[in-house]
Design a protein around this ligand. Structure first.
Ligand SMILES: [Zn+2]
Length: 454
C-alpha cells in the first residue's frame, strides 16, 4: 500500500456541498482518495510521499471531453483555412502514420494534457487502417504508458472520405469488438473504448442504425461531432437527399441517449435542444475552437435551460493550438454572455463544474472522478496561486475560470500515481519525446506531400 499526502494548501473539493478548506489535506491511499478535510482532523497515518501544497490550490483534475491528439503534428498548419479545407490538409499526414508515429503523437498529446491539468480525456481518433487496428493499439499503448485516464473514441467513416480511412460496417464491427476485448476497462477501468461517426455526411441512415446496434451489443458509448456549423446541416441534407437536420437524424436513427456524447454542437434548433434534453444526451462544448474557425458558436444557455449535462473540451491541439481547459472555461462564459447579452448566462461555478464533476458525468465517468471525495479515484492537481496574474486571489473560483492558465498547474496525479511533479513529467523524458515528435512530424509531412507554406 502506498500513501501520498497533499498538505498545507487550500483545498477546493467541488463536491456536492462545495466544501473548501484553507489549510486542508488530501490523503491518497493507493489509487483512491482516503481523506479530504482540515489538516487538524487528518488521521494519524504513515505517509510515503508528501507534497507540500503551501501557496497552492489542491483540486480535482480537469476533464477534457474531446480532443484529437493524433493531429498534434499539424498544430501550426493552416490556422487561417476554412475548416473543411484544413481537414483536407491535415488528414493525409495522419494517413502517413505508422505505429511509432501514432504512439509518439499520442504520448506528446497526453503530456500536453497532463501539464495543463487534464487528468481525463476522450481521444476521438480518425485514422487509416494500414494494419487493421495498429493505430488504435498504438493509441491505447500511449494512454496506458502516460498514466492518463483516457477513452479512445474510434471514428467511423463509411463513405465520402479518404479511401484509406473508410471501412465497411462489417470491418467496423470486427475491429471495435476486438478492441473492446483487448482494451475496454483495462488498467482498472482507466482505459475505455467508445466510437461513432466522425462526420455526418460520411454515413448513410443504415450506418447510423447499425452503429447504434453495435454500441448496444457491446455496451459502449457513442461519441460524435454534431451540427458543428450550418454547413454541417446543409451537407447532411444534400447527401441524404432530404431536408433533415443532424439532431433530428440522430433521433430518427436511435442515436440519442445518456450513453451518447455530442460534440461541438453549434447549429441546433429549439426542437433539437428538446430532443437532446428528452433523451438525456450529453453535450461537450469547445468554445475556443468554435471561435478559432469563425463558423459560429453555441449559445450554451439553451442547453443549460433545458437541464442538459454539459462538459467542456479543447478539441484537437491543431484545431485549438493548445489543450488548455482553463481557456475553455473562460471562453465558455464569454461566449454564453455574448450570445445572451447577459453577464450571468454562464457563471464561473457552473463552468468549473463543467470542467470537472459535470464533465466527468458527461463522459460517463461521474462515479470515478470529478471531485475530491473519500472513496473516489485519486485524480488530483495543484495550481500555483502565488503568481502576479492571479493576485490578489479574493475569489478563487473567479481566478481559476477567468485568470488561470494551464501552465499554472504544478503537480498532477492520476489513479493515485504522481505523473507531474512541480511541472516535471515523471513518466517520460520530455526533451527526448519532443525531439522525436519533431523528426517524425517532418517525415510524415514529407511522405504525405503536405504543402506547409499554405
Ligand atoms: Zn473534434
Amino acid at each position: 500500500m502506498t500513501t501520498t499526502l497533499f498538505q498545507g494548501g487550500r483545498v477546493l473539493t467541488l463536491d456536492q456541498s462545495d466544501r473548501q478548506y484553507h489549510d486542508g489535506c488530501v490523503l491518497v491511499r493507493d489509487d483512491r482518495i482516503a481523506y479530504v478535510g482540515p489538516r487538524a482532523d487528518l488521521p494519524d497515518t504513515p505517509v510515503d510521499h508528501l507534497i507540500d501544497a503551501t501557496g497552492k490550490l489542491v483540486m480535482p483534475g480537469l476533464v477534457n471531453g474531446h480532443t484529437h491528439l493524433s493531429m498534434i503534428f499539424g498544430r501550426t498548419l493552416g490556422p487561417e483555412k476554412l475548416l473543411l479545407d484544413w481537414l483536407d490538409q491535415q488528414l493525409p499526414m495522419i494517413g502517413a502514420f505508422d505505429g511509432e508515429a501514432m504512439y509518439v503523437a499520442q504520448m506528446l498529446g497526453c503530456l500536453e494534457n497532463l501539464k495543463n491539468g487534464n487528468t481525463s480525456l476522450v481521444e476521438n481518433l480518425a485514422a487509416a487502417h494500414p494494419d487493421d487496428t495498429a493505430m488504435e493499439d498504438a493509441t491505447f499503448r500511449a494512454l496506458r504508458d502516460s498514466g492518463i485516464r483516457g477513452t479512445l473514441a474510434r471514428a467511423f467513416e463509411g463513405r465520402n472520405f479518404l479511401p484509406d480511412f473508410m471501412e465497411s460496417l462489417e470491418d467496423q464491427a470486427r475491429r471495435v469488438t476486438a478492441l473492446a476485448e483487448r482494451w475496454h476497462g483495462a488498467e482498472d477501468d482507466r482505459l475505455r473504448l467508445s466510437f461513432g461517426p466522425l462526420l455526418p455526411w460520411c454515413m448513410t441512415e443504415e450506418m447510423y442504425r447499425e452503429t447504434r446496434a453495435l454500441a448496444d451489443r457491446l455496451g459502449l458509448c457513442l461519441h460524435m461531432h454534431v451540427a458543428e456549423s450550418p454547413e454541417f446541416n446543409r451537407l447532411i441534407a444534400k447527401h441524404l437527399g432530404r431536408d433533415i437536420r443532424q439532431v433530428e437524424l440522430l433521433h430518427e436513427t436511435g442515436c440519442l441517449g445518456p450513453d451518447v456524447q455530442v460534440v461541438a454542437v453549434s447549429d441546433v434548433s429549439p426542437r433539437e435542444v428538446e430532443l437532446l434534453a428528452e433523451s438525456d444526451t450529453r453535450v461537450l462544448l469547445d468554445p475556443p475552437t468554435r471561435l478559432f474557425w469563425g463558423t459560429g458558436f453555441p449559445a450554451i444557455h439553451p442547453f443549460l435551460d433545458a437541464g442538459l449535462t454539459c462538459g467542456l473540451a479543447t478539441n484537437g491541439p491543431a484545431a485549438n493550438c493548445g489543450q488548455d481547459l482553463f481557456e475553455s472555461m473562460k471562453y465558455a462564459c464569454a461566449t454564453a454572455k455574448t450570445a445572451k447579452n447577459d453577464p450571468q448566462a454562464l457563471g464561473r461555478y457552473r463552468a468549473l463544474r463543467m470542467a470537472t464533476s459535470e464533465g466527468a458525468r458527461a463522459i460517463g465517468r461521474g462515479d470515478q472522478v470529478g471531485c475530491l471525495e473519500a472513496g473516489l479515484k485519486a485524480d488530483i492537481i495543484t495550481v500555483d496561486l502565488e503568481q502576479a496574474h492571479l493576485a490578489p486571489t479574493l475569489d478563487v473560483t473567479a481566478a481559476l475560470v477567468y485568470s488561470a492558465k494551464g501552465t499554472d498547474v504544478r503537480d498532477v496525479m492520476v489513479d493515485g500515481r504522481l505523473l507531474i511533479e512541480n511541472r516535471k513529467a515523471l513518466f517520460v523524458d520530455e526533451s527526448a519525446l519532443m525531439r522525436q515528435a519533431e523528426e517524425i512530424a517532418r517525415r510524415c509531412i514529407r511522405e504525405a506531400g503536405v504543402d506547409v507554406s499554405l
